[in-house]
Design a protein. Structure first.
Length: 153
């Protein structure tokens, strides 16, 4: 069965508890810049959209405390970086901001850095460059499948 083709990711929306705090934090960490705001019927802005250099799509935030709590300790999105060197540059950048993070991890395919946003959403910086290490024997690590949608036994 054929289906229409997608044209990329339009935007990523992250639930937050405090919009100003999140916009400030993502600005310091990623260079986020608000370009859109979404006022509610009462005139209060509870959502924004904006740009992050290199992201390639809009990053949006919406005040939704219940959803933010439900996403705590979850990693719904991984931001791409080029290679291990750039993961290490990000680690140094986060150190300079006082943002706690994991060590550089040899993940399933590439190198990975893990840290939390102000609401405890787990953010991943994952390298496009692959390290070539077979991690498929490790619990929680990925393994390639023979055919899309068919798990390898």
């Amino acid at each position: 069965m054929s289906h229409p083709e997608l044209a990329g990711i339009h935007h990523v929306k992250i639930p937050v508890t405090d919009l100003a705090r999140s916009v400030d934090w993502y600005g310091k960490v990623f260079g986020y810049r608000t370009t859109w705001e979404f006022p509610e019927a009462d005139g209060v802005v509870r959502g924004v959209g904006g740009e992050v250099p290199g992201l390639g799509c809009t990053l949006a935030f919406r005040v939704n405390p219940k959803a933010a709590e439900g996403c705590r300790d979850f990693d719904p999105v991984s931001f791409g970086v080029r290679d291990r060197e750039h993961v290490e540059e990000w680690a140094a950048h986060l150190d300079g901001l006082g943002v706690p993070h994991s060590p550089v991890i040899e993940a399933s395919l590439g190198w990975l850095l893990v840290f939390d946003d102000p609401d405890g959403l787990q953010l991943h910086l994952y390298s496009w460059a692959e390290h070539g290490i077979d991690q498929s024997h490790r619990p929680g690590y990925g393994r390639r499948v023979a055919t899309a949608g068919t798990p390898q036994s």
